[in-house]
Design a protein around this ligand. Structure first.
Ligand code: SER
Length: 438
């Protein structure tokens, strides 16, 4: 099933069940200073959960653009290393604002997965919050999941919060077992390892509380439901491939990079730069489309970091020209169904990305040379850590974000002293403050 059909099937299923189909909101959350980017489907409904805003509907369904590249939910470091993490992804969700609760949320999820999408029941595993006996009873009694496939986990895994403050509650996740052959070893298991065998496909959050600045929980006006299913992940399952990158949402981007670099993509470690480029190109395209511009702070700096990282990896594949913007039309074509605005403005988006690439390329060769010298110096002395001041010098002189130095360090089996970097940055701020005052 194509990803566009999966998206449609999900939204239509919930529309049949009385949900209003609501368009994706912007990646830049409106009027919410607590959040860098929209990181889940529930973000646009935050005030509805909190009882501060009412809508004409009490059930909604969306396919929401999300970016997880900063703040509480940050997958940046996992991108390219796993088959399933992204900075940009789409989250399919259904929401109840004080309408149905746990029982119907579980029944609806099970019906969609097993009857509409026809996933094999024996591959589905469930996690629940440790003391949620009600959820246990519903999964076992109503859905018929055997008790040994219902795993109780603690707060870290099964209590979902939007950020440090805001709506939150216990949750229950559906995992797809890719099979024994993906096992990472004797300790492989849900909640025990991070390997690609156990694919979390859907998170059902039983929204019950609001967390305030002091960390205290107060019950929401009405218990509600917030669910999120990663489109790229469910697409990998339904398309019978082992990685999100092999779905029709991302594979054409890898093919494009293959064609342009003349190098072949491998799904193992060697494919890391391809995967990062594909992922980051999508983030950049969608962030620029939602009005974010590269800059040295806040959202703009996240965009700058992501773009520069992708470009440096393209350079490792032998490309020494602005390149990431060339992926924009490919992305526009893949996403045309759901996001026609990307296609309509792809020329402009590509131009913004290209300008930032040119800016960075003007110093990249020199920066790479200096960075390599720093690496060589550490190795020559038998060290394993690039000093924080060196990483800061790269940042300050050449606009080389810390993640890039970390990538370079990892390529050479080294690490970076991040505390030292932060200290050097703080010292420079102090100097700047002092200079302003004199
Ligand atoms: N908000 C929950 C999540 O992001 C469910 O959508 O996982």
């Amino acid at each position: 099933m194509k990803a566009s059909e999966i998206r449609r099937t999900f939204l239509d299923f919930f529309a049949e069940k009385g949900h209003t189909i609501v368009p994706s909101s912007s990646l830049v959350p409106h009027g919410d200073p607590t959040l860098l980017f929209t990181n889940a489907g529930m973000v646009q409904f935050k005030d509805v959960f909190l009882g501060r805003e009412s809508r004409s509907y009490r059930r909604a369904t969306t396919s929401q653009k999300c970016v997880r590249a900063g703040g509480k939910h940050n997958d940046l470091d996992s991108v390219g290393r796993t088959a399933r993490h992204h900075t940009f992804f789409e989250m399919l969700g259904n929401f109840s604002f004080g309408d149905y609760f746990k029982k119907d949320a579980i029944a609806l999820a099970w019906e969609l997965l097993t009857e509409r999408l026809k996933l094999p029941r024996e591959r589905l595993w469930i996690t629940i919050y440790q003391d949620d006996d009600e959820a246990f009873g519903l999964w076992q009694g109503m859905a018929g999941v055997p008790a040994e496939r219902i795993v109780r986990l603690g707060e870290k895994d099964n209590f979902w919060s939007m950020g440090d403050t805001g709506p939150c509650g216990p949750c229950s996740e559906v995992h797809y077992d890719r099979g024994e052959e993906f096992s990472c070893g004797p300790n492989c298991g849900i909640g025990q390892c991070e390997c690609d065998r156990w694919l979390e496909i859907w998170n059902l959050v039983f929204m019950q509380y609001n967390r305030d600045e002091r960390g205290q929980l107060t019950p929401l006006p009405r218990p509600s439901i917030d669910t999120g299913m990663g489109l790229e992940r469910i697409a990998s399952v339904l398309q019978g491939v082992n990685s999100n990158y092999d779905t029709d949402l991302l594979r054409p981007l890898l093919t494009f990079v293959e064609e342009r670099t003349g190098q072949r993509y491998f799904s193992d470690q060697r494919g890391f730069p391809f995967r990062v480029i594909a992922d980051h190109a999508r983030s950049c395209t969608f962030l620029v489309s939602d009005g974010v511009l590269p800059s040295n702070e806040g959202r703009g700096y996240v965009l700058r970091r992501i773009l520069r990282r992708a470009l440096r990896l393209a350079r490792n594949l032998g490309i020494n020209r602005p390149f990431i913007h060339e992926l924009v039309p490919v992305i526009a074509e893949i996403m045309a169904d759901a996001y026609p605005e990307i296609g309509a403005r792809s020329g402009h988006l590509a131009q913004v990305i290209r300008q930032e690439e040119e800016r960075f390329l003007s110093t990249l060769a020199e920066a790479s040379r200096v960075a390599q010298e720093m690496v060589d110096k550490v190795r020559a002395t038998g060290g394993t850590v690039i000093p924080g001041e060196d990483a800061f010098q790269l940042y300050d002189t050449y606009g080389f974000p810390l993640d890039l130095t970390e990538d370079l360090a990892a390529e050479n089996d080294l690490t970076v002293d991040k505390t030292g970097f932060a200290r050097a940055m703080e010292e420079q701020r102090e100097r700047a403050r002092g200079a302003r005052q004199t």
